[in-house]
Design a protein around this ligand. Sequence first.
Ligand SMILES: [Zn+2]
Length: 777
Amino acid sequence: MKTFRKTILFLLLFMTISCFGFTSVPKANYQVVPLPQSISNTTGGDFTLNNKTVIVYTKGNTAQKQTAEFLAEYIKLGTGLDVKITDKKTAANAILLKSDNKNEKPESYTLTVNNKLITIAGADEAGIFYGVQTLRKSIPDNVNGTSVIFPAVEIKDYPRFGYRGMMLDVGRHMFPIEFIKKYIDILALHNINRFHWHLTEDQGWRIEIKKYPELTKVGAYREQTVIGRNTSEYDGKPYGGYYTQEEVKDIVAYAQKRFITIIPEIDLPGHMLAALTTYPNLGCTGGPYKVSQLWGVFDDVLCAGNEETYTFLEGVFSELIELFPSEYIHVGGDECPKTRWKECPKCQAKIKELGLTDDPKHSKENKLQSYVISRIEKFLNSKGRQIIGWDEILEGGLAPNATVMSWRGIEGGIAAAKEHHDVIMVPTSHLYFDYYQSKDVDNEPLGIGGYVPVEKVYSFEPIPDGLTEEEQKHIIGTQANLWTEYIPTSNHVEYMVLPRMAALSEVQWTMPEKKNYDLFLHRLDGLMKLYKKSGYNYATHIADISAKAEADINKKAIVITLSTYDNAPIYYTLDGSTPSANSAKYTSPIEIKATTKIRAVAIRENDKSKEYTNQFDFNKATLKKVELVSAPHKNYTANGAVTLVNGTRGGNSYANGEWLGFVGKDFEAIVDLETATDISQVNIGTFMGIGAWIFGVTEYTISVSNDGIDYKQVFSKQYPVREENDPRDITVDVNAEFPTVKARYIKIVAKPTNSMPDWHAGKGKGAFIFIDEIIIK
Ligand SMILES: [Zn+2]
């Protein structure tokens, strides 16, 4: 009894102490995103930030005063504390901003903390700004009007790349000025220093040009918008708008204060339907044209043989350079079909006049596009500006001083660097934030396709192998792009860029040897708390269970490995019931040997993760040996042949690693059932993505054998080529049923569409076929 009472007393005492006595003061954590280049503990003592702390900037320095004001706002948001700014030097309890690190790299800073001062010394004003960003991101989440301890430290930091960009397309959908400012704030939080503003599109012209006022009266509006991915249905609602020059000036100034340069893009000579609708004389056919109501690449482009085109462009760029002080002006150059130019007498006359001819590398029409780009470059160079163009500007020969934005992969960038041109790497494979960030696309807002999760972004290395040191220097940076065909709201924009922008920021800022994805996820945890505090709408996929299902043909099992980035406990069921904390706890990989549905959740304090569900369906082919006679396309190899017998269906996203894609050849596979087996059905799952050049099977043949040498055909059928109005982005099983035969080897041949029909953008070219599973019954 005595002991019991003592224990109670001790417990009570202990609880009192921990609740009221020694409440720990929140401590700053310098492991922020992007990770600084070096963080060293020092012995100068801890600094306590409280409501008496002041921020000191250099007298008369307006940029620094502005940064000091930002820091005060950040501290208010992060801690609730009101700190004052001043230009009077103080010896204690102050955050000192100064730009006397003159000999260091541009944008670099040193942040030192001791018991008297936090000092942020920048090589320049931008460096101070990034030091301030690091400081504010180090504030822990659990501060509410109380003081914060900053442990003694010396942080030395500088960016890996000078060009750290993020693009936003406002042509397809536009966003209010207030949101553009918020977007710039988000960029600043991630140490991004270039905002590439894509201002014109087939679907809308978004910037006021005083010389051509009709552009924003006509070209800024479309009558309606297609529903979904170019279905035949439209919403019937007029859509449009534009930014006035006054608004643009305001935005440019807003960005400048945050050390962000805005690079405007006028996309030419393609993607110009909005301008052509306004001024049909600028097109090859003379129109009439319509501001586009659907998405894609269109044949009607600016006429390159018409001098009025150049007058128009020079008029537009003359006003643009007055609004944007950026050294770089983006002139587009992507996705410009040459269909009209080939037929247009003016364009052909221009080709003749310039003496352009086809050669094995470039067609004369491609050379005409180079002429257009070079002519605009010459004009902009004469005004002291440089051009950036999408990698298509390589076709037909590069304009002499152009910087190339390599988007269709990194190959364009490599080619340009080898020609001693500057390059910005923006490949679709890693840096297109309009792509899905989850494989579970049914539970995502409609997207353009693809699959670029946070980890993929993080893994990107902008400097490719095989470049000389001199060529490497031409890779000046990297950026991610957000195209907005399927992104109609600001909220949705935030969801697509966050937290992938955090991964991007370490690609742009942090040296590759310092990068570590697992540690990054822990840093990201802190940053996401700041997103929440700032009211940003961000995706939370990283908190989901990450699952790996490996089909092991030797074990005859599908081995499932589950994990979470923070080791949160995972509970699962295999009987279809809802998993909870009472379900089996995951401790080691799970082996599945028959048709099973697995459901799992990670359970954190007050928080359940999204459920992971996977259905494994076993049939006679599952986990049997498969031989592929022809290899899949290098971008769509998934896990190789075993993907076809792993019991898992591919679902609605063809790029999620569950589909094999073939082009230019038949799909031909041989399944070895190991013993002679009765079969009467052989099906394959296919994907129909007409917009992505994925067509159906045109001929399907099944043959069987018992020795793997002599085959007997048991089924063959032909199918018509897909038509324009056929359903898109659906899965279709191709079935073969036949009288029961006993066989060990099953040969499956599926023929693709070898020449896409005239109505398709890829007419005459071979279509892909995509296959996810072989089902034998
Ligand atoms: Zn023309």
